[in-house]
Ligand binder design. Structure first.
Ligand SMILES: NC(=O)c1ccc[n+]([C@@H]2O[C@H](COP(=O)([O-])OP(=O)(O)OC[C@H]3O[C@@H](n4cnc5c(N)ncnc54)[C@H](OP(=O)(O)O)[C@@H]3O)[C@@H](O)[C@H]2O)c1
Length: 278
């Protein structure tokens, strides 16, 4: 299966991942959602983004069930989960959060553990020290941050002494290109995995006329064209959410081929007005 090598992780990950956020805790969805994630694994989408707060823990449970049903090798997956800032206040709550996530996921370790976002009173130095302990114990294979700007990423890196920030997860899409100004080039230079969240603009990109026209020439849908365009970045992986098997199959159709340079440039110029910092 196609992989993207990430220097800071020393391993490859799938060129697109699958998000699990933004759904209500609706248990009637469980079998459709599990089936969607299993299909993603079968089609080579082996990076999953989840968080302890997604659907009040239900999202992590669903990911855990899908991993069991799929039955493949653990080391082929890259599972990312995130800790809520209120649980970063002391060592005990950090350990409690991670144990809760591991138990819902049915895993012995996660591949990356991210601070979901920073709050004014987050004790960043102390929290990172504890995250580093988790890393030393092998309970988290890497540490990362989400919703951090460049100076916050640099600060977090400066506070670690045994490992480094390996993953940054921020909002980025064709209609939200602010991170191209600084964070994405920085991650590329440093070999850090950049996870782009809300890459489909919550599905809105499916009605974009330029993506439709280009897609018609490739026999691809607008969402597949958008996801393929993101592949121009060497350490960026978009993490769209798709729940049903059918949606997952469409997203997987963005892998395994390349847009021609002229089309990459055309899309670039069409969405240039969105390169602004918000
Ligand atoms: N770190 C953070 O603070 C943060 C914040 C927001 C999001 N995220 C992560 O990023 C992930 C993705 O972001 P997002 O959920 O905000 O938005 P998104 O991925 O841009 O869009 C998701 C929407 O697109 C729909 N969709 C997916 N495949 C489709 C298809 N083939 N045809 C039509 N519609 C399709 C989904 O519907 P269905 O679900 O019904 O398939 C969903 O409504 C989240 O799930 C979460 O894991 C992280």
């Amino acid at each position: 299966m196609e992989q993207k090598y990430i220097p800071k992780l020393g391993r490859g990950v799938s060129p697109i991942g699958l998000g699990t956020g933004g759904r209500r805790t609706d248990r009637s969805l469980e079998s459709i959602w599990v089936e969607g994630i299993v299909r993603a694994f079968q089609l080579g989408i082996t990076l999953i983004d989840t968080a302890e707060i997604y659907s009040d823990g239900f999202a992590e449970e669903v990911v855990g069930k899908a991993i069991k049903v799929w039955g493949g090798r653990r080391e082929d997956l890259f599972i990312v989960t995130k800790i809520h800032p209120r649980n970063l206040r002391d060592r005990d709550s950090i350990y409690r959060s991670l144990r809760g996530s591991l138990s819902r996921l049915g895993l012995e370790y996660v591949d990356s553990y991210l601070i979901h976002w920073l709050e004014k009173d987050t004790p960043l130095r102390e929290a990172l020290r504890v995250l580093e302990e988790l890393w030393k114990e092998g309970l988290v294979r890497s540490i990362g941050v989400s919703n951090f700007n460049l100076s916050q990423i640099e600060e977090a890196r400066s506070l670690l002494s045994h490992t480094d920030i390996a993953v940054v997860e921020n909002r980025y899409s064709l209609t939200n290109r602010g991170d191209e100004i600084d964070v994405i080039p920085y991650c590329e230079k440093e070999g850090i995995l950049y996870l782009a969240y809300t890459p489909l603009d919550k599905g809105a990109l499916s009605s974009n006329q330029v993506l439709k026209e280009i897609g018609a020439r490739y026999g691809k849908t607008p969402l597949q064209i958008a996801l393929n365009w993101y592949q121009k970045w060497s350490t960026l992986v978009p993490i769209p959410r798709a729940t049903s098997k059918e949606h997952v199959e469409e997203l997987a159709g963005s892998m395994g081929w390349k847009l021609f340079t002229d089309d990459i440039m055309k899309i670039d110029s069409e969405f240039k007005p969105y390169i602004i910092k918000k």
